[in-house]
Ligand binder design. Sequence first.
Ligand SMILES: C[S@@+](CC[C@H](N)C(=O)[O-])C[C@H]1O[C@@H](n2cnc3c(N)ncnc32)[C@H](O)[C@@H]1O
Length: 409
Amino acid sequence: MSHRMLGAVNTAVDEFYARAGLVRHAGAMEFWEELAPRCGDSVASEVGEMLKRRARGRSAPGDVEVFCRDAERQRATIDAAAPHTHAWLGILAGIDDLHAAIDLGCGGGVASCFLAAMNPQARIIGVDVSPVAIATARDMAADLGLRNVEFVAADVDGFDAGREFDLVISSAVWAETLDWVHAERRWSALNELPHLLAPGAMHTPLAATASRHLVDDGVYLSLERCRDLAGLAGWVGAQQNVGLNFDTTISDMLTIDGVLTGPERLPLVAAHRNTLPTGAQDLVQWRLRVGDEQFDQALMAEMVMASGSGTWELLTGTLFEASEDDDDFSAALLLLRRGDAAKLYFATTRGVREVLASSPDGGAEQFRPLYRRMRDHLGRRQSVVSHRAATNDDVQVVVPRAIVGRGAG
Ligand SMILES: C[S@@+](CC[C@H](N)C(=O)[O-])C[C@H]1O[C@@H](n2cnc3c(N)ncnc32)[C@H](O)[C@@H]1O
């Protein structure tokens, strides 16, 4: 396996979109205007309901069938259902000299068909638990006249293709099947990293199946919608537990621009056996190197709190319990001091992290009026069901700590 020149990559993706009839929309209005005439009113409302559920963080493996029940639906909804596809194919287009690849959780088969079209000499297999998605994938391959791709309806858990591949890929499979609403609640991504990356901590059948199917010098490329750096660490940790180590030199953050969801950054994880496991510090450094100010505000706030020596001491603070859209979560507003330095820090277990006020000297008292205003403002929010005074024990849990000297890194 080697790499094609970058210049050729985007053209190849656009040509494939045109050949496969995959629609790219200029914006949300155009998407909705075209969907009903193309697929019917009932499909448009089914897709609308599905997207609303997804926006609230609720997705299930069967959701894919709403978007790819047949080839026409897949063509018309790919922009909204799988907004990462164009960028993902752009990455796959760079791969040359491929012998065999397997696409785990292939959905309607777009990436598998693309790899097959780009690499006529290679054998490609797509695997998905949904027979509906697999039927659409087979139709797509037939429409494109591809003879070097096959699709298997099977659960990736325990799946055995009976052979190995130089490339394993998966996109939007691991994170999509997590229940984001009820799982993964955390006060700090940084504090979780050493635990998530510790040997033996994380397991997922997806990573195990990827590892089982990879030749010794093969690469597993995956694209996941990880909620934050801890989400990524969970995914990286699960792969490292099956011997596939995160390669910080080729992994990247991909920027995608969803027609309905706007711009977001997704980690493109390249893992293989010929590099050492990545620890917490390496992962943070990589993430900062490939970062983007616009998208990384929560991480930067955590880094600010974790920097410097000594622990933050509570001057005053409030913890709120809240509920919104059937989603229970907590929020903390903490006025903290460390020597003469002071910070007013706000965090929620839904991923918000903000340093609301900061002073290197002059003490924390100056921020008391701001703290009170914020506390009263938050306390009046409809979503808040109760609140209590914060303690120094809460500070230990809520405030990010420096990773230095905490193992796994
Ligand atoms: C969000 S879709 C992504 C599909 C495709 N990879 C893409 O990027 O468009 C997630 C896919 O993973 C499949 N999937 C989820 N759990 C699976 C499992 N245990 N075994 C096989 N496929 C699974 C679902 O059926 C669905 O097609």
